[in-house]
Design a binder for this molecule. Structure first.
Ligand code: GCU
Length: 346
């Protein structure tokens, strides 16, 4: 039965009328997305972080890198997640990107290290496959020590990667060189979906940077360009990214009790920046923009500026020329977005 996902309509049918109603509605959004699409986010687990080595070989000696191991005391055992922190050689607390990365290396096509550091940002690089493999093996890496419900709502890999990023943040927030008020998460493509879901859930993340995230990311599913990916295709190739319940919506996008603007809106009252590439039909630039537009009313009902209302907009969208990629231009868009809003209370 077709469902109209009205963002501000509560499960009991009443409308959200003011900022005071928002948190309860936000919890409903996260609940339906967890139950029907991504799987429930596990409860936080204790972590310990150890620095294994430090060097200042980067960026002419101005970039300080630390190789670290994060021990996650997960419900079924400990898991050691390797990660790298890189920061400019500056005093005080720095804004931090949690960078969900396809690659382990600092020098890679999606990370303009020198530019990011020169703008004063620290970056915690989280290699997603070091968390758990990108396949249907639910017993691998961190997955091996995380219980998973078999009732159709158990975490998919996007949730597991997002959860791991939040555990990295637990450790980063204990550091004297990290500015807890200016934490961002960033990811591209499948990791853009992950960044969005991580930011939607974790209220400590102030800036949610979502790059070319497409289907099951920022792209509104209903009425998507037929050249683009849909629920049938994504759940066929990547069923393990989601909970099993999501399979029920193959060829039934119009029946989903949600759409992707719920994930964007769950970041409200915090800040979301979405970037698309003009030739990225698979992801669906127009649909990515549509979720931003449709999510805007969450901020508005809270008395805040939502989508594209100038420098105080809390939701911003950028369409860059070209193909599917996390480019320097995208990073600049995110850093400009953050820099303009760093002083704003939240
Ligand atoms: C595939 C997949 C997309 C995903 C992309 C990526 O193209 O269909 O949903 O975003 O991979 O992560 O690179």
């Amino acid at each position: 039965m077709a469902f109209d996902p009205v963002l501000l309509k509560r499960n009991d049918g009443a409308m959200v009328k003011c900022a005071g109603d928002w948190e309860a509605r936000r919890a409903e959004l996260l609940d339906v997305l967890s139950r029907e699409e991504y799987g429930y986010m596990p409860k936080a687990a204790p972590v310990e972080c150890e620095t294994l080595s430090k060097n200042n070989d980067h960026y002419g000696g101005h970039g300080l890198a630390e190789e670290m191991a994060l021990t996650i005391h997960a419900p079924l055992g400990d898991y050691r997640l390797p990660l790298t922190l890189i920061k400019p050689d500056l005093p005080g607390r720095l804004p931090l990107f949690l960078f969900l990365s396809f690659e382990k290396e600092l020098y890679q096509k999606y990370f303009p290290l020198q530019e990011v550091l020169s703008r004063g940002y620290a970056v915690a690089l989280i290699h997603y496959k070091s968390v758990s493999s990108d396949d249907g093996d639910m017993q691998n890496g961190l997955a091996a020590v995380m219980p998973r419900s078999q009732d159709g709502t158990g975490w998919g890999k996007l949730t597991l990667w997002a959860w791991a990023a939040s555990r990295v943040l637990d450790a980063m927030l204990l550091r004297p060189d990290v500015d807890a008020n200016n934490i961002a998460v960033i990811g591209h493509s499948r990791l853009g979906k992950t960044a969005l879901w991580c930011g939607a859930n974790d209220e400590r993340i102030r800036f949610v940077c979502v790059n070319d995230s497409g289907a099951s990311g920022a792209a509104y599913a209903r009425g998507k360009d037929p050249r683009g990916e849909n629920v049938r295709i994504i759940t066929h190739h990547f069923p393990f990214w989601f909970c099993e319940n999501y399979q029920a919506y193959v060829d039934r996008e119009n029946d989903m009790p949600f759409d992707q603007h719920y994930a964007v809106a769950a970041c409200c009252p915090r800040f979301v920046a979405v970037s698309s590439a003009s030739e990225d039909y698979w992801a669906g630039p127009e649909s990515e923009k549509k979720s931003c537009e449709k999510a805007s009313e969450a901020w508005e009902i809270c008395g805040l500026k939502g989508f594209d209302a100038g420098a105080d907009a809390r939701v911003s969208y950028n369409l860059r020329d070209g193909i599917h990629f996390l480019s320097l231009e995208d990073w600049r868009f995110y850093m400009d977005f953050i820099d303009e809003r760093r002083g704003v209370s939240w």
